[in-house]
Unconditional design. Structure first.
Ligand SMILES: Nc1ncnc2c1ncn2[C@@H]1O[C@H](COP(=O)(O)OP(=O)(O)OP(=O)(O)O)[C@@H](O)[C@H]1O
Length: 119
């Protein structure tokens, strides 16, 4: 049991280090963090409902998680094959496409929540 708790504590430590590295080094994650902060402030300002908070927070975590995975895929690709290769380009494009889909959906969800409150 003690071994299990120790290994979980270490795993959480590594995960925190990864989240810190993402925030410190990735400009896209920094921009997304600012947008997330702005939407949280908007949520307070417009007094959105509990369900809207849940959807908003899930959307923020979805976009930022996929961005983190996209960064990891890019780093693996660069490590495995630093030179130009058509297949590396396809892998990176697909990974970026996943971020794009989640970002588009986040914009749509933001419009559904806030447009009726603004207009
Ligand atoms: N080694 C490579 N071989 C072929 N195409 C590549 C390679 N590296 C990058 N590309 C192409 O360039 C695009 C951008 O790749 P890059 O690694 O610069 O991603 P990025 O989205 O600009 O990353 P970031 O801004 O997070 O550094 C890829 O989607 C891919 O189309």
């Amino acid at each position: 049991m003690r071994y299990f708790l120790n290994s979980r504590r270490k795993a959480v430590g590594y995960a925190c280090k990864g989240a810190y590295l993402l925030l410190k080094t990735e400009s896209s994650v920094q921009i997304q963090s600012l947008i997330a902060l702005a939407t949280v402030l908007a949520g307070w300002y417009f007094e959105i409902s509990a369900l809207e908070w849940i959807v908003q927070l899930l959307t923020i975590s979805l976009v930022m998680s996929i961005e983190g995975l996209n960064t990891a895929v890019e780093k693996i690709a660069d490590f495995m094959h630093p030179d130009y290769h058509h297949k590396i380009g396809v892998i990176k494009d697909i990974s970026a496409g996943a971020v794009f889909i989640s970002a588009i959906m986040a914009i749509v969800i933001g419009c559904i929540i806030y447009l009726p409150k603004i207009f």
